[in-house]
Design a protein around this ligand. Structure first.
Ligand SMILES: C[S@@+](CC[C@H](N)C(=O)[O-])C[C@H]1O[C@@H](n2cnc3c(N)ncnc32)[C@H](O)[C@@H]1O
Length: 463
């Protein structure tokens, strides 16, 4: 039987609705348990290697099926008691029932599978496994006559009510409790009804500075709120330093609408990483785990210093976390970022820190990078390029531009091992090799992994 025929035969042996007893063997790159039944691969979210489970098949696709755990018949030795009462229901922390050592080993294994073992360095473990997040978005929704606020259940828009979330900063939890009580309990604001498109309150958003213990509150609503309400919210907790209203009346999944208005107090918080202070507005991109981001930036700085580079391009720069923490290590940094909001905060932070050798270019990396490389190359400075793209990875034109300019060193920071595998493959075809990689655990308990990989061009100048 050829492979395709085997796959079809295996698929035919499993049907939707069937209950299976499965021994989970490994985790896939999405950190779902992988088992097999009658030669068919079965993916079981929230099951871990070493578990024996009874699971119900929810879908059958060519070559694999998905099943949901109904009962853990015998648990993996790596299971621990999760530090959250709703860890099994809420979509945020699927790996919480797994020991931290096993979580970390799984993240490293996923990256090793994508990159190979060459150049592997020990992971940057998370120092804090609770109260580490600096950003939270709580959807608010109408269910019958009740208003619910919490997080979405996995792969759904069903809200799991949340009282307190152990991975969020402590001030966020306090502010969140006060807002729930005031807006939904006392004022009885109408929660948004996704199906009908009616109601007022859609999301409660929190940005917490772990450095200062300050919280910026965002209220996403279908209509503009007045400043009086902003002042009431500002007074709810001493950690709240500002209240911003974002109006989003559009149907659909986007959290934010186009405009923000500060109702009371400040429009940003100040976070710190290494020797830099960052002003961060409600919607600007900043890593959700500021302490671990700082360790990642320290690692970047070390790699850049060791390379001897005098000029650096920071592509996909966000609010300049990498660019600004490199400012005192190299002579010149050019940062490229598409979102105007992030560029605005990045420039504001440069000013706050008195940094003058970082330029911010607003635009698409695929369009801007070739010009930046040409400009820097004209001065005979071949820069080190840092890539930190979103989950989709880099446009092929970006990798093309690096190879065409014979950029000798590339530091690629990725939050998606699959697109990292693809992009590193493209760079390998162009003569690059991975010389160093290291997992930085930015997302304890979540089904995500962050990795820094350093690539060098073989024999630059001789090609
Ligand atoms: C993973 S974040 C990196 C942020 C930053 N390096 C940091 O450590 O905080 C990716 C950033 O790339 C930006 N981005 C996404 N696609 C882009 C593109 N095609 N061109 C420029 N920036 C882009 C996003 O707005 C986001 O700020």
């Amino acid at each position: 039987m050829d492979h395709e025929a085997e796959e079809t035969a295996a698929t035919a042996r499993v049907r939707r609705g069937q209950a299976l007893e499965l021994a989970v063997e490994s985790l896939n790159p999405a950190f779902e348990g992988v088992a097999s039944h009658a030669s068919l691969q079965v993916l079981v979210p929230r099951a871990f290697p070493g578990d024996r489970v009874r699971a119900r098949v929810i879908s059958v696709k060519p070559g694999y099926a998905r099943a949901l755990v109904e009962e853990v018949l015998s648990p993996s030795p790596d299971r621990v008691e999760a530090p959250c009462p709703i860890a099994g229901e809420c979509g945020g922390c699927p790996l919480m029932p797994l020991s931290y050592e096993a979580q970390l080993a799984a993240r490293v294994a996923v990256v090793r599978d994508a990159l190979g073992a060459q150049g592997e360095a020990p992971p940057l473990e998370a120092e804090h496994l609770v109260r580490f997040r600096g950003k939270a978005v709580f959807p608010v929704a109408r269910r019958g006559r009740r208003s619910l606020v919490g997080f979405y259940a996995p792969r759904s828009h069903r809200i799991v009510p949340v009282e307190t979330c152990p991975v969020q900063g402590r001030h966020t939890n306090r502010a969140y409790a006060a807002l729930r009580e005031h807006l939904l309990g006392r004022l009885r604001l109408h929660a948004y009804d996704e199906r009908k498109g009616t109601g007022l309150l859609r999301y409660l958003v929190f940005r917490e500075s772990l450095l200062k213990g300050h919280v910026l509150v965002g209220l996403v609503t279908t209509e503009a709120l007045d400043e009086g309400l902003g002042r009431e919210v500002l007074a709810l907790d001493p950690s709240i330093v500002g209240v911003v209203n974002n109006v989003n009346a559009a149907r659909g999944n986007a959290i934010f609408g186009p405009g923000d208005r500060t109702l009371a107090g400040k429009d940003h918080v100040v976070e710190g990483a290494l020797d830099v202070r960052f002003r961060i507005g409600l919607r600007a991109f900043y890593q959700v785990n500021p302490r671990q981001a700082e360790r990642l930036y320290a690692e970047v700085r070390e790699r850049v210093a060791a390379s001897g580079a005098r000029a650096v391009v920071d592509a996909y720069a966000g609010v300049g976390g990498i660019a600004l923490t490199l400012a005192r290590t190299v002579a010149r940094v050019v940062a490229i970022e598409r979102e105007a909001e992030s560029v605005r905060w990045a420039r504001s932070s440069a000013e706050l820190n008195g940094i003058e050798n970082v330029e911010f270019e607003e635009g698409d990396v695929a369009e801007v990078l070739p010009h930046v490389l040409e400009r820097l190359g004209a001065g005979l400075v071949v820069p080190l390029v840092i890539l930190d793209p979103p989950r989709q990875g880099c446009d092929p034109a970006v990798l093309e531009a690096l190879a065409a300019a014979e950029v000798p060193s590339v530091v690629y920071i990725s939050c998606n091992p699959e697109t990292l595998r693809r992009d590193v493959g493209r760079l390998r075809e162009r003569g690059y090799r991975v010389v160093h990689w290291r997992v930085a655990d930015l997302f304890p308990h979540a089904a995500h992994v962050e990795v820094l990989a350093e690539l060098r061009l073989n024999d630059p100048g001789l090609r």
